[in-house]
Ligand binder design. Structure first.
Ligand SMILES: [Zn+2]
Ligand SMILES: [Zn+2]
Length: 388
């Protein structure tokens, strides 16, 4: 076993004063890979690590007349805020050096407070606009997915309108969304569909606003969580697209510049930049690891708790999960290949011939429509029948 477990530990309590190993001037506050670092040097260390992932955004890779527009979805979590901070600094340094930039940033927040009491309230983007005024900002609500969805989901949502109206047809986008989610069988399915709708909305928005690329604030820890939870939810086939980055089947370039940084490192980063990002972060009530998870606990919650403990003691495991998943090659997508009616991902042949028990179960849910295995599982036993 490596000593990685101790590597990123912060010095606690009355540790003897140690000078930062890099600048040799200031007292170290953090131990990073056995190196004691001061907060300045720690912040620089994280910035450099992220900059390594920004090759595509370099000035020499931008065409003269057509600067790349990059969409950055912000959730107000520590990771996406840290990414905004780093990218803002990256753009400023491009301007300082060459008086131009390799890309421009469009920040998007999809507000989910209509269906999630713990989500940030509408209007929080204003603070970011003031702090980082150079970029374009937009805020949508999850309900806007009924107006901005990609072609696959659009049809599904149009038809679902009819199917969820048990009593009276829903009159607003909000009622429609609530009706759709309440038709789903479990908290895990609801969380999964919320995530799917949010992704769809972000992708549709990127295309409508001429963004060629989406940059996600997922940390290494989050990518590891996703790897396991997406697999558990039956969407393992989508991992190369979700984790590796590069060209996505939605026709957009995707990047995860924080892929080498642990979530706990980002927490220290956010505390140590000047001024700290901490007041901007929206903190959710922390889920606690209990022996008997509450009924409302989702697979994503469980994986979040699991990897929070893993990154504390065994950070190399997190890195290994991400590295291994990144090696998966994405299946080839052919033009005209049929797509999932919910998530819009290309359907593999295997989705048409599921395992024995599953195929009959799937047909209960979805007699005619096209759903990938993951979305079929998510809507299993629900009244969510897009094309019946
Ligand atoms: Zn230092
Ligand atoms: Zn799907």
């Amino acid at each position: 076993m490596t000593t990685d477990s101790q590597n990123a530990e912060r010095t606690m309590g009355a540790a003897p004063v140690r000078l930062c190993k890099r600048c040799q001037e200031i007292e170290a506050t953090t131990i990073m890979r056995t190196e004691p670092l001061c907060s300045n040097c720690f912040v620089e260390y994280i910035k450099k690590k992220v900059a390594k992932q920004l090759e595509a955004y370099r000035i020499k890779n931008a065409s003269k007349n057509n600067r790349r527009r990059v969409l950055l979805p912000i959730s107000f979590g520590v990771s996406s805020l840290s990414l905004l901070h780093v990218l803002d600094g990256h753009l400023q340094s491009q301007i300082r050096r060459t008086n131009r930039t390799g890309y421009e940033l469009h920040v998007l927040h999809v507000n989910t407070s209509g269906v999630d009491a713990d989500a940030p309230q509408i209007g929080r983007l204003e603070v970011l606009k003031e702090k980082y005024p150079r970029h374009t900002y937009s805020e949508l609500t999850l309900e806007d997915v009924f107006d901005h969805a990609n072609e696959y989901l659009e049809t599904t949502l149009r038809d679902v309108n009819i199917n969820i109206g048990d009593v009276a047809p829903p009159s607003s986008k909000h009622e429609k969304l609530v009706g759709l989610l309440s038709a789903l069988p479990s908290p895990t399915s609801r969380a999964d569909v919320v995530e799917t709708l949010r992704n769809n909305l972000i992708i549709a928005f990127a295309k409508e606003n001429d963004c060629q690329s989406i940059t996600w604030g997922d940390s290494a820890t989050r990518l590891a969580e996703k790897t396991i939870s997406e697999t558990a939810k039956g969407r393992g086939f989508s991992l190369p697209w979700q984790i590796s980055g590069g060209e996505s089947p939605y026709g957009l370039h995707v990047s995860h510049p924080l892929r080498d940084v642990l979530k706990k490192e980002l927490v220290i980063f956010a505390e140590n930049v000047d001024p700290p990002l901490t007041p901007l972060i929206h903190s959710r009530p922390a889920p606690t690891m209990t022996s008997a998870p509450a009924k409302s606990t989702t697979i994503d919650d469980l994986m979040g708790q699991y990897f929070a403990s893993i990154e504390e003691s065994f950070p190399s495991i997190v890195a290994n999960v991400v590295r291994t998943t990144s090696k998966l090659r994405a299946p080839e997508v052919t033009e005209g290949q049929s797509r999932c009616d919910l998530c819009g991902l290309p359907l593999a042949d295997s989705d048409a011939s599921l395992g024995e028990g599953e195929s009959s179960a799937q047909s209960l849910v979805q007699p005619e429509g096209n759903l990938c295995y993951g979305c079929a599982r998510t809507t299993l036993g629900s009244r969510f029948t897009p094309h019946s």
